[in-house]
Write a protein that binds this ligand. Structure first.
Ligand SMILES: Cc1ncc(COP(=O)(O)O)c(C=O)c1O
Length: 476
């Protein structure tokens, strides 16, 4: 059996392809082209790693990937060996396209102000790894079994405790249903509570994907324009029995719904024999004062369904959230979850439950809130400083983004295009208007969580220059 000393390999660190992929594709290509024949033993991982100047774990991962793809076999004690690919017809390997000479690689716009996005780099990897390792050691079965259609019972209990303490909602764990994020929770509400042709109240402006979700379910939209007190209550004679709201922090404008308007909605839901869906997507992020109690708490979960998510606290890659539903709705929701298939991944649920019960969750929450508060202060100091002549903002001391309303004669779409031409992405407020709604929205939705001050600074410089060079203003 041949044992290779090396593979004549070089890693190109300037390439966009990750190093691990380069190793895989180099070996794959040598096997497919016949340069590495069946039975050849690959160089030992440690030596090969030193030869190409990468970590040993990168080589092990690449070898294992090729084992999974059927190019290599591995046997204890004899390393990794090239498989006999037999008469299998192999796809012709495509060479990596060479960069066109003379043209610099196109970089994506800097997304320093992504709205509603947490900083994924702050994920508490070490504490999470400890929790998962402990479960794997002591009770691995809890990651795979023991859940009902509503999810892991320990997580339901941890969430019930969390919302009691933070949101003033008194619910039994049985009223908690684990979902694959807030979007899954909102979709479950539509599946359970609407029939084709029904009308659903949506805030205007509001979270754009909801319109599409309504279309998918054959529901119609009743527009609920947002004023200083929050979204307006649909007229009672309308065929609308369901309203989706963001009362703690209106998306995207910010601001909490007045107590008066909340009561109006609760009365409306009673009168219509309908429901209010409270999307509390980022309520953990308040930077001053006490948390505003959830509507579901005030209503004692009578006519309000509460939608929560871990996407903002942790990462939307976790894809976990929850619904808290009034008691009479528990069975109908469970039935629909059973029929339509559970989307929430079960595996991380036990870890999340223990993370919450053991206090790591709240430590993480306190830490990111402190960091986001600093980033928010930094952004607001620019908006009220150099950018002040071009617009205004309201400080709601909450959330993950702030709206900068433009007053400089440029439309938000023009500012978006001019910033994009200079490599910076900004989100125009007018993109959040409901289809067909009359709208005078003109502003920028500026997220301040996903990037730190150093990353935001050059993007703010570009934004300031774009606004300052507008021929229509006095500063040009
Ligand atoms: C207002 C609002 N609701 C719901 C969601 C969906 O959240 P998730 O990632 O948990 O599905 C978002 C995401 O940005 C949002 O901004």
């Amino acid at each position: 059996m041949d044992v290779l000393a090396g593979l004549g390999f070089e890693i190109d660190r300037d390439q966009s392809m990750p190093v691990f992929e380069q190793v895989c594709s180099g070996i794959r290509e040598r096997i497919v082209s016949g340069r590495l024949s069946a039975g050849t033993r690959l160089p030992p991982t440690r030596g090969f790693a030193t030869e190409v100047g990468v970590s040993r774990s990168t080589i092990v991962t690449a070898y294992e990937q090729l084992v999974a793809e059927g190019y290599l076999t591995s046997r204890q004690g004899s390393g990794y060996t090239v498989c006999d690919l037999g008469g299998v017809e192999l796809p012709t390997s495509r060479p990596t396209p060479a960069a066109k000479p003379g043209r610099p690689p196109r970089s994506l716009p800097v997304r320093a102000f992504q709205a509603g996005r947490p900083d994924m780099r702050l994920f508490p990897h070490r504490q999470w790894a400890k929790t998962v390792a402990r479960i794997c050691r002591t009770a691995p079965e809890r990651m795979l079994t023991g859940a009902t259609v509503a999810g892991n019972p320990d997580l339901c209990r941890a969430i019930a405790d969390h919302v009691a303490e933070w949101r003033g909602i008194e619910a039994e764990p049985a009223q908690v249903l684990i979902t694959a994020g807030a979007s899954d929770g909102l979709e479950l509400c539509l599946r359970t509570l609407t029939r084709p042709g029904d009308s659903v109240g949506l805030e205007s402006p509001g979270y754009p994907p909801l319109e599409h979700l309504l279309q998918v379910h054959g529901a119609r939209m009743t527009e609920m324009p947002v004023d200083e007190e929050g979204a307006g209550v649909p007229a009672s004679d309308k065929e609308c029995r369901l309203a989706i709201l963001t009362p703690s922090h209106q998306f995207p404008l910010g601001g909490a719904m007045s107590a008066n308007r909340r009561m109006e909605f609760i009365r409306w839901a009673h009168a219509q024999d309908g429901w209010v869906i409270e999307d509390d997507y980022d309520s953990e992020f308040r930077y001053a004062g006490r948390p505003i109690p959830a509507m579901a708490g005030v209503d004692r979960l009578d006519r309000t369904i509460y939608v929560g998510s871990f996407s903002k606290i942790f990462s939307n890659a976790l894809r976990l959230g929850y619904l808290i539903v009034p008691r009479p709705l528990v069975e109908p929701f469970r039935e629909v979850m059973g029929m339509s298939g559970i989307k929430a991944s079960l595996m991380p649920q036990q870890a999340l439950a223990e993370f919450m019960q053991g206090g790591d969750f709240f430590r993480h929450l306190r830490r990111v809130r402190r960091i986001y508060a600093d980033r928010r202060r930094f952004l607001l100091s620019h908006l009220s400083g150099r950018l002040a002549p071009f617009g205004w903002f309201e400080d709601h001391h909450a959330g993950m983004q702030v709206v900068f309303h433009l007053s400089c004669g440029l439309s938000d779409r023009e500012v978006e295009a001019r910033c994009a031409a200079r490599g910076v992405a900004v989100q125009p407020l007018s993109a959040y208007a409901r289809a067909g709604a009359e709208s005078d929205l003109n502003g920028l939705v500026l997220g301040f969580c996903a990037h730190d001050e150093e990353e935001m600074a050059p993007a703010l410089e570009v934004l300031a220059e774009v606004l300052e060079t507008n021929p229509g203003n006095d500063l040009a």
